[in-house]
Design a binder for this molecule. Structure first.
Ligand code: SF4
Length: 353
């Protein structure tokens, strides 16, 4: 049996309170039943160990929700179960998403000693009024303290920020980027605020920037941030990209653990669409998987490697007639800066269905 390495994603769906814009699968919960959740996760680890064997694990990602709410003993048990059932590579990237106000220096240090080596901090804004408006539980100083503590402890640190807020101008976004530059990060993600159904923001009739302004904001981020962009929303010093996400965008196999977590395991030569350990587990064709690979890979600046199978899916005529949107370099197809702004439209023509 061919056993490829698999990346692991663990979904921790609890938050201290729900943010006003959030449509992620997460619940505001003062006292989550951690033992119950741990047992579910341990059951899933056992399930996948039996199904797929002692695979190598190049990356592990704890996402949420707010994984930094996890008590130390719960995280420790999950990591040791992964180590027992699978083979964690020596240079495995182990990331954990965190929110300021949910983790102090002691807990952070404990997480570090358990093997977490990359901390992603949800900050969103560096302005206290805006943080309140977004429904965040922390202020800007708490966020900066968490970044500094994490750096001091030797984590690879990333931060998430949000732009395109109601009444925000392009100049505001530029000034925001200048403040982000002062934080001295090696990685950050910049997400455009989108108003999702079933959120408090959806019911508030907010005055959002128009599409043209959003596009100008996006360009000004590219120009103002000190870090180069390596994916639609992600910026990093070369060498500090998130390995977990890179692997998934490149089309490598991964398994999702925890309620609602999705994966794409590869077992005995077949790709599967997976959610949890029994919510969904269905084979998908190699072609479907290649289409997914093109969709995620084209979001990255390194693009997609043109293998024979990928070549069969790409619309050669469309590529040839749109050199301002798409380029081919060293057997890889990529979008130009202009192409990236209309990526969704390009994908419709690029992929032969
Ligand atoms: S902390 Fe993150 S997952 Fe939790 S409610 Fe806020 S945005 Fe959603």
């Amino acid at each position: 049996m061919l056993l490829l390495p698999h990346n692991l994603y663990f979904h921790i769906p609890f938050c201290a309170q729900k943010c006003n814009y959030c449509a992620f699968y997460s619940h505001a919960c003062k006292k989550p039943d951690w033992d119950k959740y741990l047992n579910e996760i341990l059951g899933e680890i056992e399930f996948w160990h039996k199904k797929i064997g002692q695979i190598e694990i190049p990356t592990i990602f704890f996402g949420g929700g707010t994984p930094s709410l996890m008590p130390e003993n719960i995280l420790e048990k999950i990591i040791s179960a992964i180590g027992e059932k699978f083979s964690i590579t020596p240079d495995c990237e182990i990331s954990l998403e965190s929110n300021p106000g949910t983790i102090d220096e002691n807990k952070l240090s404990d997480f570090k000693s358990m093997g977490i080596n990359r901390l992603s901090v949800g900050i969103q804004s560096l302005d206290d009024e805006t943080l309140k408006f977004l429904g965040r539980i922390h202020n800007a100083n708490q966020a900066i303290d968490l970044l500094n503590n994490a750096k001091k402890l030797g984590f690879n640190v990333s931060a998430d920020f949000m732009y395109g807020l109601p009444n925000q101008s392009v100049t505001d976004v530029k000034n925001f980027c200048k403040k982000i530059n002062e934080l001295g990060l090696n990685h950050c993600s910049m997400y455009e605020l989108s108003i999702e159904p079933n959120t408090p923001f959806y019911r508030m009739n907010l005055q959002m920037p128009d599409n043209e302004t959003m596009a100008q904001m996006y360009e000004s981020i590219d120009k103002t941030l000190d870090l180069p962009r390596y994916e639609v929303s992600n910026y990093a010093t070369p060498g500090f990209e998130c390995k977990h996400n890179q692997n998934i965008w490149d089309g490598e196999p991964y398994i999702g653990f925890g309620r609602g977590a999705a994966g794409r395991p590869f077992i005995n030569g077949t790709w599967y669409e997976q959610i949890g350990n029994n919510e969904k587990f269905e084979p998908i064709s190699a072609r479907e998987r290649d289409v997914e690979k093109i969709i995620t890979g084209m979001r990255t600046t390194r693009g997609v490697k043109i293998t024979d199978d990928i070549d069969k899916i790409l619309n050669a005529e469309f590529i040839k007639s749109n050199p301002d949107l798409l380029v081919i370099e060293n057997d890889r197809i990529k979008t130009t800066k202009k192409g990236l702004l209309i990526l969704d439209e390009i994908l419709l023509d690029l992929i032969e269905l």
